[in-house]
Design a protein around this ligand. Structure first.
Ligand code: E4P
Length: 219
């Protein structure tokens, strides 16, 4: 399972990229807004900066609600950087936009996916990746990870090439479970990436090795 960073914060992306484990970035209008990005021009500038840092697909979301608007925005975004994935929501207009953009060779990350049926429609429309939102399903009392397993197994059954991108990840267990369920990619907040790297036994083990070494080295 590949790891993407789920943030529009440039410093977090720089810090995460240094680990050499980040293969892409996902953004959305809420994440952009949290960084003070509020116009297409500033979103474009930030996305270009992200693309210079991370060598992999950068997901950029449209804000139009109608198919024509999504297609126009998607075409525009596709020209911003070398490896864009245009994020299109799993709506009626969204599926129409996905089929048009994908037929033009533009890669689409089908976002806000909450059901197997939406994932099936997206695959037929030509989504490069589908993003089931695990955390938001958990928030309403459902088992978000089940959606990942269901989509993975049905895509496998029909040899569907659309990638399953586990999104709305809130903690490290989500990440482990997404990997067990067979997700192709998980997009994680920076905080979760840091938590993934840490274990208290590693920290105490490193401290003890250093202390033991210094005891002998200084004797
Ligand atoms: C990523 O593509 C999604 O937009 C993101 O993971 C949503 O996460 P949230 O549910 O925590 O806002």
């Amino acid at each position: 399972m590949k790891l993407f960073l789920d943030t529009a914060n440039i410093q977090e992306i720089r810090d995460g990229a240094r680990l050499g484990v980040i293969k892409g970035v996902t953004t959305n209008p809420s994440l952009a807004s949290a960084e003070g990005i509020g116009s297409a021009e500033s979103y474009k500038a930030a996305v270009r900066e992200i693309s210079d840092i991370v060598d992999g697909p950068i997901s950029v979301e449209v804000v139009s609600l109608d198919a024509q608007g999504m297609v126009e925005e998607g075409r525009e975004i596709a020209g911003w950087i070398p490896n864009p994935w245009v994020k299109i929501p799993s709506t009626m207009d969204g599926f129409e936009a996905i089929s048009i953009l994908s037929s033009e060779g533009i890669k689409v990350n089908q976002t806000l996916c909450f059901s197997v049926n939406q994932a099936l429609l997206g695959a037929q429309a030509g989504s490069t990746a589908v993003s089931p939102f695990i955390g938001r399903l958990d928030d309403i009392g459902l088992e978000g990870i089940d959606l990942i397993s269901d989509i993975v197994s049905i895509y496998k059954q029909y040899d569907i090439k659309t990638k399953v991108l586990a999104a709305s990840i809130r903690h490290t267990l989500h990440c482990t479970l997404a990997a067990q369920a067979g997700a192709d990619i998980a997009t994680v907040p920076y905080k979760t990436l840091v938590q993934m790297a840490h274990h208290p036994l590693t920290d105490s083990g490193v401290a003890r090795f250093k202390a033991d070494w210094e005891k002998t080295a200084n004797s």
